[in-house]
Design a protein around this ligand. Structure first.
Ligand code: FAD
Length: 456
């Protein structure tokens, strides 16, 4: 069998894989990047980027609808889904063009085709073995379903939801996590009647409880229906739609059911177990330096247990490239990775929830401060309400920041620095925030926790 040799062979060209490739060539390695579909993976083609385009279109619809509040005479005539699609595709294809150009310019060898690990140091694609001194597994994830719940027809995943060529009138959404609320928010802004079903006690259940509760209030105010703490039982499909049955006997009729119950690792049949790699329910187990138990084999991105986020994958890819080059990079902590739920309103957080901080540091050693965005000038101007909550260890650092409100995802950068650098509120309280910005609210929360509340 023909064989080609590289310093590094990467299986999967999504966020984790291509970031590793870019960094590794920068550090002088020869790299083969194997991709069966399109470089950029889930995030670029069916995840982060196209969904944010839909959300922006939804926001524009809301602006048109609410324009009179700002003294502008405009109205929402309707949603032109072909126009939305063209806009979404233009955004994705422009980013894709940029990425493929960059990969080519950097001299990365892209192998198009489906790869399989045939030895710990070799991936086979269409009859050729690509052998690496090191191998990175980065094959990503797929939309999971529930046992017995078949995807097809009117029961769809986020991939089909993106491609809909009509605006549904009535949708049921199974799962109140990031992907479920994101689509719910879009469809509601476009005029649909939406009902979310979530088995856990709250929507966005992985967030600090104060934020989840406020999020529920905001969704309720927008007229988005949701049922929390109740399990899905089954669904039947007919020509007009679906009938969803819940464990408590309730039924929900809708045109479509979006299944957004999480993502599973795409590792089946790829030869990982046969190569001796330790796995757990399809995930690839690694140590904190992202090395598997098999020497020379690393894993990054959604196939590694933990947060399934593009920026985690990117960073892990960079980390492994540097690790292989002997640069001894700093270990990535999942706790301090920023998370954003993109919807109206947005949710952003980094670090520990108050409950988790109390569990780790003792209830008496933790304080928190909630700054209500109603007191923030810029929030008032742009018509948002919300909350910024900062959690600290007493006489110690800020360990968590949690936010809800319009565009708070853009504010998480500062919070992330503070949490990752173990800064105390007293350290950051003197920092000056530009006025009027929503960032000032974060500054006010730091001031309050440093014992110097200004407007509170
Ligand atoms: P992927 O991006 O899935 O890439 C894996 C690549 O490997 C794919 O291109 C695949 O084709 C390829 N591959 C798999 N098997 C093989 C094989 N055998 N041979 C060759 N190639 C193979 N994250 C965020 O941070 N922010 C967001 O806003 C966000 N929004 C999202 C919205 C949706 C609807 C979804 C579904 C996900 C979203 N995510 C978001 C998550 C994000 O997309 C993933 O965390 C990220 O893409 C994971 O990167 P990865 O490299 O692990 O895998």
């Amino acid at each position: 069998m023909p064989e080609q040799n590289f310093d590094l062979v990467i299986l999967g060209g999504g966020s984790g894989g291509y970031a590793a490739a870019l960094r590794a060539v920068q550090l002088g390695s020869s790299v083969a990047l194997i991709e069966k579909n399109k470089l950029g993976g889930t995030c670029l083609h069916v995840g982060c980027i196209p969904t944010k385009a839909l959300l922006h279109s939804a926001e524009v619809a809301d602006v048109a609808r609410e324009s009179a509040k700002y003294g502008v005479n405009a109205s929402l005539e309707g949603i032109d889904i072909a126009g939305v699609t063209a806009y979404r595709q233009e955004v994705v294809s422009s980013k894709f063009k940029g990425l493929t150009g960059l990969i080519k310019m950097r001299g990365i060898t892209v192998i198009e085709g489906e790869g399989k690990l045939v030895a710990p140091n070799a991936v086979e694609v269409a009859g050729t073995r690509y052998v690496g001194k090191n191998v990175i597994l980065a094959t990503g994830s797929y939309s999971r379903s529930l046992p017995g719940l078949e995807i097809g027809g009117r029961v769809i995943t986020s991939e089909q939801a993106l491609e809909l060529d009509f605006v549904p009138k009535k949708v049921a959404v199974l799962g109140g996590g990031v992907i479920g609320v994101e689509f719910s928010s879009v469809w509601k802004s476009w005029g649909a009647d939406v009902t979310i079903i979530e088995a856990l006690p709250h929507l966005v259940p992985n967030e600090d409880e104060a934020i989840s509760k406020q999020f529920e209030r905001a969704f309720r105010k927008r007229g988005i229906n949701f049922k929390v703490g109740v399990r899905f039982q089954g669904v039947t499909q007919n020509d007009d739609g679906v009938v969803v049955t819940l464990e408590n006997g309730e039924t929900i009729e809708a045109e479509l059911l979006l299944v957004a119950v999480g993502r599973g690792p795409s590792t089946a049949g790829l030869g990982f177990e046969e190569a001796g790699i330790t796995m757990d329910r399809g995930f690839v187990l690694t140590n904190e330096r992202l090395a598997t138990n098999v020497p020379g084999v690393y894993a990054v991105g959604d196939i590694v247990p933990g947060l399934q986020l593009a920026h985690r994958g990117f960073q892990q890819g960079i980390f492994v490239a540097e690790e292989i080059a002997g640069l001894n990079p700093v270990v990535i902590s999942d706790t301090n990775i920023p998370k954003v739920t993109y919807s109206d309103p947005e949710v952003a957080s980094v670090g520990l929830s108050e409950a988790k901080a109390k569990e780790l540091h003792g209830a008496d050693n933790v304080s928190s401060y909630d700054y209500n965005l109603a007191g923030n000038g810029k929030s008032h101007i742009i018509g948002t309400s919300g909350l910024i909550k900062v959690v600290r260890v007493n006489d110690g650092p800020v360990v968590g920041v949690h936010m809800i409100g319009a565009r708070v995802g853009e504010l998480i950068g500062e919070a992330q620095l503070v949490v990752n650098w173990d800064a105390h509120p007293e350290d950051v309280a003197p920092l000056i925030h530009a006025h009027p910005t929503q960032n000032e609210a974060l500054g006010e929360a730091f001031l309050a926790l440093a014992g110097k509340p200004l407007h509170a």
